[in-house]
Design a protein around this ligand. Structure first.
Ligand SMILES: NC(=O)c1ccc[n+]([C@@H]2O[C@H](COP(=O)([O-])OP(=O)(O)OC[C@H]3O[C@@H](n4cnc5c(N)ncnc54)[C@H](O)[C@@H]3O)[C@@H](O)[C@H]2O)c1
Length: 363
């Protein structure tokens, strides 16, 4: 029987989830809730979801086994905890929470109740990045040595009509974009044990540049450029740059360097892309990996299948907690000027097998 899924949060990203979840046969979306009940009803009608209402229309629904939390970051931990208390497994959009304590207590409460928590990004389960991770794990470029990630652009105030949240606590390029790049680096090289970072911000005030409020100034309270060095427990190190201050828009740079070659992986914020292997300064192999049939929601499919197998989801809450721990360590290291230890140790899942598809129901 398909697993019953309910969505809480019917905003922008819900359209992507509803579009994809509707094509995955292992599950069925049965309810949709939002503080804005009219918004929930509108999305439910557009996507043929039988029940809609406030958040409780999902949390109290007898046919919902798994809640997909698509609310705003400030509500993630609270809504996920309420879902766990209602006896539901949870898939959360990123970040898992806005502080270590609430995220940890969510995971501990779920574990005590025998429930699983999974967390975005599920782009890292996309066929593109998974092909790059399989290649690294298969030893194509020899012993893993170093990772590189770059995400730099002029900042979302250039296009977003209400960009303030990107530049205050819980935002910034590290918290907003870090989950994609850092999760990919952790999946490639394993858990991180320490972080050293420097950074700052180009301006204390920024200006809304798009939409009806264009011209309004607002304060910046978080670092908007971070240079990061990560030490992985297994020996390799990674370098990452996250910036909303750059005149150069260059995103999606992700490389896995081994002792005998370098894999250029696809953008970890995309599901497909090109995997290029360089050896001796030349391209040894290049594979274009299609994202057909995948999209936001494949992590929920993996979670449903993992539940059936009695295993944690690949994009697990513990993995997301570790990435949250790294992101806070980056901010703390920028503030203190000293290295910061990262003590959480998540399980690192095997890459998905080649040919894994969310479209073919698991027997
Ligand atoms: N929009 C994107 O492109 C994008 C991409 C990747 C990830 N995300 C993540 O998805 C999440 C949602 O983003 P969005 O762009 O859809 O935001 P949004 O603001 O468009 O929608 C959020 C919705 O959640 C509802 N909500 C807020 N608090 C709630 C609560 N306590 N209970 C029930 N409903 C509540 C709001 O009413 C709103 O409808 C965020 O965590 C974001 O980081 C968004």
């Amino acid at each position: 029987m398909p697993v019953g899924v309910g969505l809480v949060g019917a905003g922008n990203i819900s359209t992507q989830y509803l579009t994809h979840l509707g094509t995955y046969p292992d599950l069925r979306v049965v309810a949709l809730g939002d503080l804005d009940e009219a918004r929930a009803a509108g999305q439910a009608k557009a996507f043929g979801v039988p029940d809609a209402g406030g958040p409780d229309a999902v949390l109290d629904h007898p046919d919902v086994d798994l809640v997909v939390n698509l609310t705003i970051p400030a509500a993630h931990a609270e809504v996920s905890t309420r879902a766990v208390r209602a006896g539901k497994h949870v898939w959360s959009e990123k970040p898992l929470g806005l502080d270590r304590a609430s995220a940890r207590s969510l995971l501990d409460e779920a574990a005590a109740r025998g429930l699983q928590v999974g967390c975005a990004p599920d782009t890292v389960l996309g066929p593109g990045l998974q092909a790059a991770l399989r290649s690294l794990a298969d030893g194509t470029v020899g012993r893993p040595l170093a990772g590189l990630a770059i995400m730099q652009n002029p900042g979302p105030d250039a296009w977003h009509p209400s960009p303030e949240f990107f530049f205050s606590a819980g935002g910034g390029p590290v918290l907003d974009m870090g989950p994609y790049y850092l999760t990919a680096l952790v999946l490639a090289f394993g858990p991180v044990t320490s972080v050293v970072a420097t950074g700052g911000r180009a301006r204390d005030l920024r200006t809304v540049m798009a939409g009806p409020r264009a011209g309004a100034d607002f304060p910046v309270t978080v670092p908007t450029t971070a240079n990061v060095l990560l030490r992985h427990a297994s020996g390799p190190s990674s370098v990452a740059l996250f910036s909303f201050d750059s005149g150069l828009a260059r995103t999606g740079v992700l490389e896995f360097q081994g002792a005998s070659g370098t894999i250029v992986a696809p953008d970890p914020n995309r599901f497909g892309g090109t995997v290029t292997t360089h050896v001796g300064g030349t391209v040894a192999d290049e594979v274009e990996v299609s994202d057909a049939g995948t999209g936001r929601g494949i992590g929920v499919v993996d979670m449903v299948r993992s539940l059936a197998a009695g295993a944690p989801p690949r994009a697990s809450g513990e993995l997301a907690y570790h990435v949250l721990d790294i992101m806070f360590a980056i901010t703390e290291s920028i503030d203190s000027g000293a290295p910061v230890e990262v003590t959480s140790v998540p399980p690192i899942p095997e890459p998905l097998p080649s040919g894994w598809s969310p479209l073919v129901a698991q027997p």
